[in-house]
Design a protein around this ligand. Sequence first.
Ligand code: ACO
Length: 399
Amino acid sequence: GFDVSKLLKQTGTVTFDPGFMNTAATTSAITYIDGDAGILRYRGYPIEQLAKHSSFLETSYLLIYGNLPTPAELEAFDHRIRRHTLLHEDLKGFFGGFPRDAHPMPVLSSAVSALSTFYQDSLDPFDEEQVELSTVRLMAKLPVIAAYAHKKSIGQPMLYPDNSMNLVENFMRLSFGLPAEPYELNPKLVKALDLLLILHADHEQNCSTSTVRLVGSSNANMFASISAGISALFGPLHGGANEAVLNMLRDIQSTGMQPEAFMEKVKNKEDGVKLMGFGHRVYKNYDPRAKIVKATAHEILADLGGNDELLDIAMRLEEKALADDYFIERKLYPNVDFYTGLIYKAMGFPEKMFTVLFAIGRLPGWIAQWREMMQDPQTKIGRPRQLYTGLPERSFPER
Ligand code: ACO
């Protein structure tokens, strides 16, 4: 209801691009996506090859430092992370201040923001050593914070990290272990979680990463920038979709609704219902990550005896969608989060933890993008323009 050409006259020449559909805000050498062909590469390596041969730790190193580590470099990185897992005891006290039914995502973003109050010796974005220190601190402490947010929500005691374990093993133990009982790692679950973390590790300028960059462009420290990214990830149109998918499948199951009937609701846009876990701003083809997750979901659920009925509903929804004109015309395919929730659930994580798991996976991507931006001489403070549609000047009433 407004005349864009008139608005442009007032503002001068600007690009009007809501949702940044067609605006590149930066150059980046980290992740390549071809959305039409369904291709994803980190630092040049296809996601399928990383999923098969790499580990989350190695992939994190690749994203952050640009190349695969030598065995000695990987060991040193692993060692440094293990040495930084402890949380300051006063920071642990924060968890007691949140209500028991708090969602762990805002707990995570609050605690990450609070890291900048406890670790003031690594806040300078232009000091190489300090950037390195906050990188390692975040990699080491975020999984610990995530596990504590989970323990808090289920009322169980928080364990100290066991540094004989690597990042993913430690996270599993901190999430599911109990003080009086030895915790036995299930190698299949550790491997599956490691794989899911690799698949989430970066995705170029998505909403949370763009947020990390925008906040960082004011020269805010890494903890503050990544805390903002976690808040962006929380939304159901972004990382929150994995939780929303499971809730959707559960609703279909509990109401006994046929997937076909649900699809009609989606297509008629009844109450704004969407097929959660479908569609993507960039992929107009099958999300390559979703292919890998789907295969893993079958394996894990067969192994652990997860909820087959929910997997069946998901597969029926997918089958219907891929053959339906509504989805074909709009090029809507499953995204990474369509099947992840089923795996997380089978591992024993409650729905509220799903997006937290995404955050642990995305962390190396956020760090890599923040560091790339800080080193880029082209970086300027992020400050979009607007087209003003409010009232013209008016006089304050005389009193
Ligand atoms: N279910 C039904 N219809 C959909 C869906 C969906 N999941 N996604 C898009 N559409 C429709 C839209 O209604 C729109 O239809 P229209 O042309 O008739 O208006 C058309 O497809 C284009 O969709 P947009 O919303 O314009 O696409 P956009 O690129 O802005 O949004 C998004 C992408 C947010 C991912 C969207 O597809 C969505 O909401 N999906 C569901 C939530 C989800 O799974 N998010 C996770 C994304 S991946 C990630 O962050 C890990």
